[in-house]
Each structure stands twice: as structure tokens, then as C-alpha cells.
Write a protein that binds this ligand. Structure first.
Ligand SMILES: [Zn+2]
Length: 550
């Protein structure tokens, strides 16, 4: 009996020691798939290969309940959250764009005129990469994407380099802020025409049997007019691909990013066994570009998911050949997506579009505002005792700017009327709540006062709030609703499960496999990956995921 106990104690000790003794990975690869809701994994798993998503889901750690705990589920905030482990309130990337009151202009989250256009200037926190490079002088931190904001916000302030694709120029480019490699960019860009030539047509692949498609998609002929289309791709298969820009709206756009990543690994000798761990951030943007057009229920989305799976299988096989068991992969997404509202309604759900767009400069009177904007102006004016009509000059409006999800007040007008600013904020908030589809609205003053017990959506809105960037009245839509820009297709950006629930998958060195059902957040990845290499990254709300032994 004692011998048996001793034996099991020794076994436990041996296991503990062997886990502690496992050396850190030489390379961490964090893959973000832009616009990839968790439900894609569950819906399309029967059609996955062995070595793509299934490698991570079956042989790695699969966190089935990972939700972004904030409201502005967009590319900028999402990639900042993945790279830094911080909520938008702390990363400062509260949205893709916000209105800057000082300059009176719209500010883009990675704008920086001094660095040739783009840099992490607006990023307000350090990142996993920063922490890694503080500890290991020789660590390399790279990011590759089709989108500037995805690459830059994951690379962070101290990243070695961030590369992205300039669709207008038809090639990869980089920020002058980092130490980018012109020869690498040129070599990659020489291969772009071949990649385009290899894919003259996007056809439905055979990975999903035709008999299953009707059951797992909702893409009737009658609703195709609600899909969007860029670059003459059209709204149904087969899609002719006319050039490089069109290619980025197909799953073949992923080949540009993965191809660049492999060249980068070679050129920079990333992941060498030198005791200085490296990080490679990869963001696949094409699923977002095409997802906005075709929607998550489309045949195109289904095909993109299973094609992306095969692309990842090839990529992982390439990493295996280079690094064997010396690397760790994490996979997540910057946000999910909601159904095209018209498709959602066809499936019996409540859905719609809310048009809050700013008036064009040539507009003269209130009557030319969008219906929702006019309604808010009139309701707020009535509450404040101001007389307005459809003929009121447009400069007299109370809302100067809309930048989703916020209204920015026309403070000149408030001063002219000698109104109390707080009363104006509350009047606009209450008026916004009358618009169909708007579920929640808060004044900036409400959000500036801490409320540790704030319920669900309010907490998410608070996690996305920064007083100097977020606007005067912050709104959140009800599930099913999206902001309308006069187009077709769909979007994301709301504190709803469809947008917030994304994959969190880890595989490789230091990862204990399993299916983990407890609620976690993608913001936990930075802290978790940091723990693997012995650095403390991430925000105060983030945890080391239980797939890593403490
Ligand atoms: Zn998007």
C-alpha cells in the first residue's frame, strides 16, 4: 500500500517536473482569421481535413466559450486585444475610426503621418511582443496581414516589422516606423502576378458534399440581391477573378499572407534554437473582405472556411518541417459577424439596418438627414425646448458627427443655445433609444463614473470606452441589427454573441490538449502565450488559460 502510494507520488512528481522542465517554444505563431465566428468551427468541422483546424481542435486546446468582453468588435480593437491582451479602454483602440475633437477630423486607429501613413502611435499599451523583447534582446516579433491595422496592432510598439498588402498598389508594403526589409517585399511582390494567374475563377470546392450545402447554408436565389460584390466577382458561384484586388475578396487572398509569412521565416531566420523565442503574428483578412459581401450563411462563407482549413493544413505542415515540436500555435479571430439582415429575417429572426450616416457637405436642411438622425434631432429638440423643423439649417443640428458606435455633439450649437451639456447628452441618449434597433445608449458622463456591477452590455460598452476618443453618446444595437452605410451585405461591431464569440485554439509545445468549456476571452491569449515564454503580458482582467501548467 505504502509502496503503491510512494510510486504514485513519484509519478506525480515526475509528471510535474517533466512539465516544468519542458523548454519554452522557440517560436509562437498567433493566427487571427479576420471575421471568423466560433460557430464556423462547429458548423463546418465535419468537412475539415485532419491537419488544419482539426489538429488544433482535436490534438490541442479548444476553448469553446471564448467571447470578447467588449462592445466594439472590429478589426482594430480585436487585433490590439490579441497583440496586447488589453481591452479597448486600455489599448486605446476603441474602434477602427473615431472623431478627434481637437483636429475636428476623423482619426484612423493606425494613422501616423510622420511614419509614412501608419504606425502604432495611437496604441496606448505595451504588447506581448514588447514584453518578449524586454526579456530577450534577440527576440524577433513580426506581423503579416492584408490589413495595415491588423499587422501594426499585433506587432505593437516594439515589433521588429509589420507587413501588409496595399490593394491599390497591388503589393505588400510596410511602415517606416519599423525596420522593414525592402528586398523581401520586392521578392514577394514579384510572385503576386503568378498567384493571381493561378486563380482565374473561384468555384465552389468539393470539400462539402453538395447534398449537405442546403442544410448548412442559407443562400436562396431570391435573396442574392442583398449580397454585396466587389471587383465584378458577382453574387453567385462561379466568381471570375479579374485581378489582384478581386483576389483579396476570395479565400485565395490567404495565400498572399501565408506565402509572405513563409518567406519572412526564411529570410529573418525566425524560430531558431537560440534561447530567444520569436513571435510571428499572421492575420488572414480575406474572410472579412468577402464575409461582408456574402454573409456568414452564404455558400461563399462555407467554401471559404473549408478552403482556409486546407491552407492552414499546408501551413502547419510547413511549420512542422521547419520546427518539429519546437513551436506553439494559437488561433483566434478579431471578431465574428452577424447575418445579412434580410437573410436573418428570411430565417425568422428580427433584424435590420440603422442608418446614422453624417449628411454630405452639400446637404442644407434637417429634412435631408437620414430618417434616424432626423428623428433623434427632433426628439432631443422637443425635450430641450428648441424649435426645429425639416427646414432648419443643417448647421443647427445637435449631432455634429457620427462615428460608430457614437454620436459627437455639436458643442458650438450647445454654447449658442446656452444649454447645459449634460442635459443635451441625456436628451440625445433618450432620443437614440427610440430608434428601432438601438438597444442601449449611454452618455460619456455615465461611463466616466465607475460601475463595477454594470450588467452585460453596459460592461461591454465600458470596456470599449475612453473619454477622449469614444464620443458623447455611445450606442449599442440589438442582436440582428447592423449600422447601415447604404449598401448590401453585412457587418459586425456589436456586443452580441455573433460578433463576440470567436475561436481560441492552442496547439504545440507547452499546451495541454483538451476541450475547455469555461468562459474565457481572446484577451487571455497574450497573457497565456507570455506565460509560455516567461513574460508577464496582458491586462489586469486577463488570465493564463488552463491549458498551460502554472
Ligand atoms: Zn470587417
Amino acid at each position: 500500500m505504502i509502496a503503491k502510494r510512494l510510486a504514485s507520488a513519484f509519478l506525480a512528481l515526475f509528471l510535474t517536473v517533466s512539465i516544468f522542465a519542458a523548454p519554452p517554444p522557440d517560436l509562437i505563431v498567433l493566427i487571427s482569421i479576420d471575421q471568423f465566428p466560433d460557430r464556423y468551427l462547429r458548423r463546418f468541422q465535419p468537412y475539415f481535413s485532419e491537419g488544419g483546424f482539426n489538429r488544433l481542435m482535436r490534438k490541442g486546446a479548444d476553448f469553446t466559450h471564448a467571447l470578447y468582453p467588449y462592445a466594439t468588435t472590429h478589426t482594430g480593437p480585436g487585433h490590439a486585444a490579441l497583440g496586447t491582451g488589453q481591452l479597448p479602454a486600455r489599448s486605446g483602440i476603441v474602434a477602427n475610426n473615431w472623431f478627434d475633437r481637437l483636429s475636428g477630423k476623423n482619426e484612423y486607429c493606425v494613422a501616423d503621418p510622420r511614419a509614412g501613413g501608419y504606425s502604432p502611435l495611437n496604441l496606448a499599451s505595451d504588447s506581448l511582443g514588447d514584453r518578449l523583447q524586454e526579456k530577450f534582446a534577440g527576440s524577433k516579433v513580426f506581423a503579416v496581414s492584408l490589413k495595415d491595422r491588423a499587422a501594426i496592432l499585433m506587432a505593437g510598439r516594439k515589433g521588429t516589422a509589420a507587413y501588409w498588402f496595399d490593394r491599390k498598389a497591388g503589393g505588400f508594403t510596410a511602415s517606416a516606423y519599423y525596420h522593414s526589409d525592402k528586398a523581401l517585399i520586392d521578392a514577394m511582390n514579384k510572385t503576386v502576378p503568378d498567384i493571381v494567374r493561378a486563380h482565374p475563377l473561384w468555384e465552389q470546392s468539393a470539400f462539402i458534399p453538395a447534398a449537405d450545402l442546403a442544410r448548412i447554408t442559407h443562400d436562396p436565389e431570391s435573396l442574392r440581391k442583398f449580397k454585396g460584390s466587389h471587383e465584378n466577382l458577382g453574387v453567385k458561384f462561379p466568381h471570375p477573378v479579374s485581378g489582384i484586388e478581386g483576389l483579396t475578396y476570395t479565400p485565395f487572398g490567404n495565400e498572399l499572407v501565408l506565402g509572405f509569412a513563409e518567406r519572412l521565416i526564411d529570410r529573418e531566420k525566425i524560430g531558431t534554437d537560440d534561447g530567444q523565442p520569436d513571435i510571428l503574428f499572421v492575420s488572414l483578412s480575406s474572410p472579412d473582405y468577402l464575409g461582408h459581401d456574402y454573409g456568414p450563411d452564404s455558400l461563399e462563407a462555407a467554401d471559404t472556411v473549408v478552403r482556409t482549413d486546407r491552407q492552414l493544413e499546408r501551413f502547419f505542415a510547413d511549420l512542422d518541417a521547419r520546427f518539429g515540436d519546437r513551436y506553439t500555435v494559437a488561433l483566434s479571430a478579431d471578431h465574428g459577424v452577424q447575418s445579412i439582415p434580410e437573410v436573418a429575417r428570411d430565417m425568422g429572426r428580427e433584424a435590420g439596418r440603422v442608418d446614422m450616416r453624417d449628411p454630405k457637405p452639400e446637404r442644407k436642411t434637417f429634412g435631408e438627414l437620414t430618417a434616424a438622425r432626423l428623428q433623434i434631432e427632433k426628439l432631443a429638440a422637443a425635450k430641450l425646448g428648441i424649435k426645429v423643423s425639416d427646414q432648419t439649417p443643417i448647421e443647427k443640428r445637435l449631432i455634429l458627427e457620427y462615428e460608430e458606435p457614437a454620436l459627437y455633439i455639436n458643442w458650438d450649437r450647445v454654447r449658442e443655445l446656452k444649454l447645459d451639456g449634460e442635459r443635451v447628452k441625456r436628451a440625445l441618449r433618450d432620443a437614440a433609444l427610440h430608434i428601432k434597433g438601438i438597444g442601449h445608449a449611454f452618455t460619456s458622463s455615465e461611463l466616466m463614473i465607475a460601475n463595477p456591477n454594470a450588467p452585460g452590455v453596459e460592461r461591454a460598452v465600458r470596456n470599449s470606452f475612453r473619454a477622449d476618443r469614444s464620443g458623447d453618446v455611445i450606442m449599442a444595437l440589438r442582436a440582428g441589427y447592423i449600422w447601415d452605410y447604404g449598401g448590401t451585405g453585412t457587418s459586425h461591431g456589436q456586443p452580441v454573441e455573433d460578433d463576440q464569440h470567436v475561436p481560441v485554439l492552442l496547439w504545440g509545445r507547452g499546451i495541454v490538449p483538451g476541450t475547455y468549456d469555461q468562459p474565457v476571452a481572446p484577451t487571455d491569449l497574450a497573457r497565456t502565450l507570455g506565460a509560455l515564454v516567461g513574460v508577464d503580458a496582458g491586462g489586469p482582467q486577463s488570465i493564463v488559460l488552463p491549458c498551460v501548467q502554472p
